[in-house]
Design a protein around this ligand. Structure first.
Ligand code: ATP
Length: 356
């Protein structure tokens, strides 16, 4: 009997994207060896593609990602020089992919990597939570649709009952599959909003509160977004799963990234009911492109999330363990700006060698 075969879409992206994706494909293939076959299908997407064709992803590529691939691994995209006539970036794929695939849950794990230096006090203990960011509405629904002239500008923040319900259910489902917050091992979902000021956030909290009783085994918890930013730094061990609107999730996940040692350590999944793609939470860091200096761990861990999504829990776990081992053993160290001192390729090679 042959090994299970998975069709994987690949968007290498811009800036540091190609180096990171190359590293991740090498590690993912090595991790599944003997258990599965990953067939990679490259798709053009991002700023380079926008500059060449006038669109960041073709309709045909989106359709293949939606209906032909089991999952897609995407590198970061966007270049500051590639702009639309309205001044916003032309090469971004968030709106196209998240909306096009209805990938409504942006799952962003924030977990300490022992051995990595962080700005946190050591007595705060390990960090291990997941931010579930609503991905298809909220403030970013206004992407490209704001109105304005030289004197004023406005964007709308919209939430729908359907949109909030499904992402809240996803957050509670995730909490059920986890082992609770590091500080007290309580399974907990924290609702993050600004319901004290903005009506749409009050709507989000109301729906969260309606759904919570369906999960009596999970503790519920509330934070205003500003207080959440404070507590993610002050008391990170309290958090297990946090669910929030799109824009808040974008910002607070960067806060979380800083607490574990940098953006280069943070993966994510964009997961709908029928399609999913996986990518680092950071941008394309054009300042590092092509120099073998970026940290590929965000992309390696995104590949591990993809393997989990495909049902390949063994290989996914091996990638995560190998990443932990290279840092814990001091084989890989990061400089003060989160860049591996040994270079991008060497990190991937050291992780690959530890896959057993
Ligand atoms: P976006 O809005 O698309 O997330 P951004 O403008 O916030 O992008 P990033 O591209 O995320 O910016 O990069 C911010 C800084 O973080 C960069 O200057 C870069 O040096 C650093 N950085 C980002 N990713 C990595 C990485 N994988 N390894 C090391 N440093 C990184």
């Amino acid at each position: 009997m042959g090994l299970p075969r998975f069709r994987i879409g690949v968007i290498e992206g811009d800036g540091i994207g190609p180096e990171l994706v190359e590293a991740a494909l090498t590690v993912a293939s090595a991790a599944v060896e003997g258990e599965a076959v990953l067939a990679y299908h490259q798709e053009a997407g991002g700023a380079k593609t926008y500059a060449e064709t006038g669109e960041p992803l073709s309709a045909a590529a989106l359709e293949r990602i939606r209906s032909e691939y089991d999952a897609t691994l995407k590198g970061p995209v966007g270049l500051p020089t590639v702009r639309k006539p309205d001044g916003t970036e032309g090469g971004l794929l968030g709106g196209v992919l998240r909306g096009g695939l209805d990938a409504y849950a942006n799952v962003r794990p924030i977990a300490s990597v022992p051995g990595v230096r962080t700005p946190m006090r050591p007595d705060l203990g390990p960090i291990d939570y997941v931010i579930v960011r609503e991905n298809t509405e909220g403030l970013y629904l206004s992407r490209g649709l704001g109105v304005g002239n030289d004197h004023a500008s406005a964007d709308h923040l919209m939430m729908t009952r359907h949109g909030v319900e499904r992402v809240v259910h996803r957050a509670f489902g995730l909490a059920r599959a986890r082992t609770g917050a590091p500080a007290d091992r309580v399974r907990r979902v924290t609702c993050v909003d600004k319901s004290n000021v903005i009506r749409s956030y009050a709507f989000f909290r109301r729906i969260f509160t309606e759904i919570a009783p369906e999960y009596p085994d999970i503790e519920t918890d509330f934070r205003y977004a500003d207080a959440a930013g404070h507590d993610l730094v002050h008391d990170p061990g309290h958090f297990d799963v946090l669910v929030m609107e799109n824009f808040l999730g974008d910002i607070l996940s960067d806060v979380g990234a800083a607490t574990i040692g940098g953006l280069g350590l943070c993966p994510s999944g964009n997961i709908g009911d029928t399609s999913a793609y996986f990518e680092p939470i950071h941008g394309s860091a054009p300042d590092l492109a092509g120099q073998d200096r970026a940290n590929p761990v965000s992309q390696l861990l995104s590949a591990a999330m993809m393997l989990d999504h495909l049902g390949l829990a063994g290989p996914a776990g091996r990638v995560r363990r190998a990443v932990r081992e290279v840092f814990a053993g001091g084989e890989v160290t990061l400089d003060a700006r989160g860049r591996p001192t040994c270079g991008t390729r060497a990190v991937a090679e050291r992780v690959r060698k530890r896959l057993v």
